[in-house]
Design a protein around this ligand. Structure first.
Ligand SMILES: Cc1ncc(COP(=O)(O)O)c(C=O)c1O
Ligand SMILES: [Zn+2]
Length: 411
């Protein structure tokens, strides 16, 4: 028996049976997966979860499949690192990094959404999958489609980083670069999805896909010994992840895994593409779409599908939104690497740099439990560090030459 009740419009609350749809027929609102929480409450327990393998599917009752997962069965359960060195540098007491930079298999939190999306696409009977992507989703869809033996068509802005492009092509997918922004890629993909009847993970099966992000929230709570953090900083592109973190904490209360949700959620963007944080900081109800201009290409979505709902989560939870410029992004990537030995991509730089700014502003207090969501890996965005970390010293293989170098480096 499935624990999913179906889909519901976020706006008019009209309900639909489970199928590959994503917008409401009546009001064009986005659809959301709804569950039978009373039944889940009877099925799920901390003991049951702890007895299962260390991957995101230990929370399968709260993920929207009818059967067992068939794709990405080893995704998730990434480390929650107690970041004492970074805490000291930022002047706070209790800080953790949820490190999805080492998610399996493609080193970003997108593996979570893709394992749900492609497992669901298979349940629906699709033979071809696709996505519109700023890079990480492309890597993950290509990898999971390869392992599932499905054909894939992947669409990206043509000027992404090498790591994102090669890290997609290597899986033998059909990769199409579009001369345009992500928003143009996304619009084209909506047309293609309708015409070719493929499963575009973040378009026509978006309600199911997006649910995968919740696993990051469940794991954080479990790893904090069944407590929510008090402050969570999350990067935002389309704005989906942040809404699902909030949903995950609230669901854990609903199904009796924890007593209360104490989390305030803070959204982070690059100033060069900050439609959501600009709306939050100005108290606007609606965001204004932007033309992205930032080194943080993974977060460069100027017209975010879930932007409105992301802003609402920050408001409802008592959090806030903030953005930082490109120079601050690079500085923050280096700060995380130098203090914690964690190499994140530009999006992680945005998260760490925004957290620093919010702490300096006094918006995040210094003596409470803070979690930073690090969602992607630095090896994929090496370009931004060229010339920013110094150069290696090159010498001949002679001890005398090293002695000289040592004197210089050591003093
Ligand atoms: C590394 C990374 N972090 C965060 C995000 C933001 O996710 P969302 O679109 O759900 O806001 C993305 C999206 O592409 C990403 O690639
Ligand atoms: Zn509706």
């Amino acid at each position: 028996m499935s624990l999913v009740k179906g889909l519901e419009c976020r706006e008019c609350h009209h309900q639909y049976p489970t199928s590959a749809i994503h917008v409401c027929e009546f009001c064009f609102g986005p659809l959301e997966v709804i569950y039978d929480y009373e039944s889940i409450k009877k099925e799920i327990s901390r003991e049951k979860i702890l007895s299962r393998e260390a991957n995101m599917w230990r929370y399968k009752e709260l993920l929207p499949l009818d059967g067992e997962p068939t794709v990405g069965t080893q995704v998730g359960y990434t480390p929650l690192v107690k970041a004492d060195n970074l805490a000291k540098a930022l002047g706070v007491k209790e800080l953790y990094i949820k490190n999805d930079a080492v998610n399996y298999p493609t080193l970003s939190f997108k593996d979570r959404v893709v394992s749900v999306a492609i497992s669901k696409a298979k349940e629906f009977g699709f033979k071809t999958v696709g996505c519109a992507s700023t890079g990480n989703l492309a890597n993950s869809v290509a990898a999971h489609a390869a392992s599932a033996g499905l054909e894939s068509f992947i669409f990206i802005p043509h000027d992404l980083e090498q790591g994102k492009v090669l890290g997609t092509l290597v899986f033998g997918t059909n990769l199409v670069g579009i001369r345009g922004t992500y928003d143009e890629v996304n619009r084209l993909c909506s047309e293609i999805a309708a015409k070719y009847k493929w499963a575009f993970v973040n378009i026509n099966i978006r309600p199911f896909y997006a649910e995968g992000s919740k696993a990051m929230g469940y794991e954080i709570v479990e790893q904090l010994n069944w407590k929510t953090p008090q402050h969570v900083v999350s990067p935002m592109a389309g704005g989906s992840l942040i809404t699902k973190l909030w949903k995950s904490f609230n669901e854990m209360v609903k199904v009796g895994l924890i007593e209360k949700n104490t989390a305030k959620i803070y959204g982070a963007q690059a100033t060069g593409c900050s439609p959501i944080t600009t709306a939050v900081k100005n108290g606007w109800d609606l965001f204004k779409p932007q033309q992205p201009d930032t080194i943080c290409k993974s977060l460069a979505i100027g017209n975010p599908a879930d932007g409105f709902y992301a802003a609402r989560v920050m408001h409802e939870s008592g959090g806030w939104g903030e953005d930082i410029n490109d120079e601050e992004i690079v500085d923050a990537m280096k700060l995380l690497a130098e203090t914690e030995g964690i190499f994140t991509e530009t999006a992680g730089g945005v998260t760490v740099g925004v957290a620093k700014k919010l702490i300096e502003q006094g918006r995040i207090p210094k003596n409470e439990r803070i979690v930073l969501c690090i969602t992607g890996n630095g090896l994929k965005t090496m370009e931004v560090l060229v010339g920013k970390c110094g150069d290696p010293v090159t010498i001949n293989a002679k001890i005398r030459e090293f002695d000289e170098v040592y004197q210089k480096l050591h003093h």
